[in-house]
Design a protein around this ligand. Structure first.
Ligand code: RTP
Length: 155
């Protein structure tokens, strides 16, 4: 009943350069897969400066902004689009607090990271931003709408 009141949404999840360098790509994808969300977009990508600036436009006035842009463009990222009921807020819960030292154990940041400036993963903070960010990071034809095969062995 609760689930039926929730909306099917899309969110943009990104393994940041530190997550790629540390070999955490599979682990991070796995958390969203196991939760039961549907992967609709996936690529390894070297982010150019202008895209990083556009993605973090809301943080432009922050003192850490230049360092943040350097970090995000420092090596390849893994871009993902995930679809599901309530996926935006749920993904943020799976990711954990921005500061990994405050993130709960069991969350991605709580289990795998230490520094705010190296917090391994990004997740959209609203359904509107989910749509905006997916459109920003993926080109036409890179999002794959698909229907999962029925799995009779699960019924
Ligand atoms: P995200 O969008 O990556 O999930 O992060 P968030 O909403 O939890 O945090 P936000 O405030 O939007 O910050 C975006 C990213 O900027 C870096 N950051 N560095 N004080 C700092 O040095 C600082 N604060 C934020 C982090 O990489 C954060 O995820």
């Amino acid at each position: 009943l609760v689930a039926s009141m929730e909306q099917v949404e899309e969110t943009y999840i990104m393994v940041k350069p530190d997550g790629v360098q540390r070999g955490l790509v599979g682990e991070i994808i796995s958390r969203f897969e196991k939760k039961g969300f549907k992967l609709i977009g996936l690529k390894l990508f070297q982010c150019p400066q202008d895209l990083a600036e556009e993605h973090y436009i809301d943080l432009k006035a922050k003192s850490f902004y230049p360092k943040l842009i350097d970090y995000i463009t420092s090596g390849p990222v893994v871009c993902m689009a995930w679809e599901g009921i309530g996926v935006v807020a749920s993904a943020r819960k799976l990711i954990g607090s921005t500061n990994p030292l405050q993130a709960e154990p069991g969350t991605i940041r709580g289990d795998l990271a230490v520094q705010t400036g190296r917090n391994v993963v990004h997740g959209s903070d609203s359904p509107e931003n989910g749509k905006r960010e997916i459109a920003l990071w993926f080109g036409e034809g890179e999002i794959c709408e698909w229907t999962p095969a029925q799995a009779p062995w699960l019924r």
